[in-house]
Design a protein around this ligand. Structure first.
Ligand code: T6T
Length: 322
């Protein structure tokens, strides 16, 4: 009888240990901005870190297109489960995502914005959008300036340039445009002759760049600010047989763009660090929830610039999106 009681006690202890361990496991949710290699790579980085730290990671459905009308319903469905400890997501609009993310935050789920931010991205000052724990993403303004500077070097500081953008209410791509404008302004003989917005549709980007090539026969360079605008810009310039006359600078190191760079059909690719961004969201989320650590309000992983000279370097291969 005594032996039976001891066994029962051990079983009970084991059950309560398992229950406690399960209860202690954190559950994070990640909702990407759109289905593209940038966010697929971010998901991989986040998953690897979650596995390392014992966090359960739920991935929200990948929206088919960019914008609040696609993102908001998916976000609502994701948090409706009621068992999420932290959410990280890329707001697809600086303004339109504020109410839904505020509601999620007010329901007790801490929010990190990754890749894009709300408002002007300054979460340290009083505002209706300063509730996220942090913005974790590229310094896009700086990146835009770097692209302008690199193009200026390639063009000896002279020439007409065109910028293919995506959405005017998205922080990441607008900062790239602002940085690029600031960078081009430094060179008195360089002129930004046009900007178009393709709303993340590659075919639209291709036709907008084709139109720009016809309108500006002396165009010296095109800059495509993300996967869709970059791949569309590349498609238009190569389609017109102008790749040796018009420099192509792009953003986001997809395999398609890297292969084109290797073939000498484009000139520059700025690679962000999406895997690191995903991993940082998980890491800081755990530190915040388990150690009550204060997350820096802005965390900006670096970036890497691919050119025809370094694209085959073994150490550069890690920056290609997977
Ligand atoms: O460039 C990335 C991301 O940084 C941006 O916010 C939206 O576009 C991408 O996902 C690439 O398509």
């Amino acid at each position: 009888m005594k032996k039976f009681t001891i066994h029962l006690l051990i079983v009970c202890l084991l059950i309560s240990f398992v229950t406690m361990t399960c209860a202690a496991q954190l559950r994070f949710a990640f909702m990407p901005g759109i289905a593209d290699p940038f966010y697929f790579t971010m998901e991989k980085g986040a998953k690897a870190k979650a596995e390392e730290l014992g966090v359960e990671l739920l991935i929200g459905e990948y929206p088919k297109a960019w914008g609040p009308e696609y993102q908001v319903p998916i976000l609502k469905a994701l948090v409706a489960r009621g068992d999420i400890d932290l959410l990280f997501t890329a707001p697809t609009s600086t303004e339109a995502l504020i109410p839904v993310l505020k509601e999620i935050h007010d329901s007790g789920i801490p929010v990190i914005t990754v890749d894009t931010y709300l408002g002007d991205g300054d979460y340290t000052k009083p505002s209706n959008y300063n509730f996220p724990l942090s913005y974790i993403g590229t310094d896009n303004f700086l990146g835009g300036q770097v692209v302008a500077g690199q193009l200026a070097i390639m063009l000896d500081g002279k020439g007409e340039v065109f910028l293919e953008n995506t959405n005017p209410d998205t922080s990441s791509v607008m900062d790239r445009e602002l940085g690029f404008r600031a960078g081009i302004n430094i060179f008195p003989e360089m002129e930004l002759v046009g900007v178009e917005y393709c709303l993340d549709v590659q075919e639209t980007a291709a036709s907008q760049v084709s139109a720009a090539l016809q309108k500006h026969p002396d165009l010296a360079a095109v800059f495509g600010v993300n996967v869709f605008s970059a791949q569309g810009a590349y498609q238009a310039v190569v389609g017109a047989g102008l790749e040796s006359a018009v420099k192509i600078a792009t953003w986001d190191a997809t395999e398609t763009l890297i292969e084109a760079l290797k073939r000498g059909e484009l000139d520059l690719i700025l690679a962000q660090m999406p895997a690191q961004m995903g991993a940082l969201c998980v890491e800081w989320g755990v530190k915040h929830l388990k150690e009550n650590a204060e997350i820096p309000k802005k965390v900006t992983p670096g970036f890497f610039v691919f050119t025809q000279e370094n694209v085959n370097d073994p150490e550069a291969q890690q920056y290609i999106y997977k």
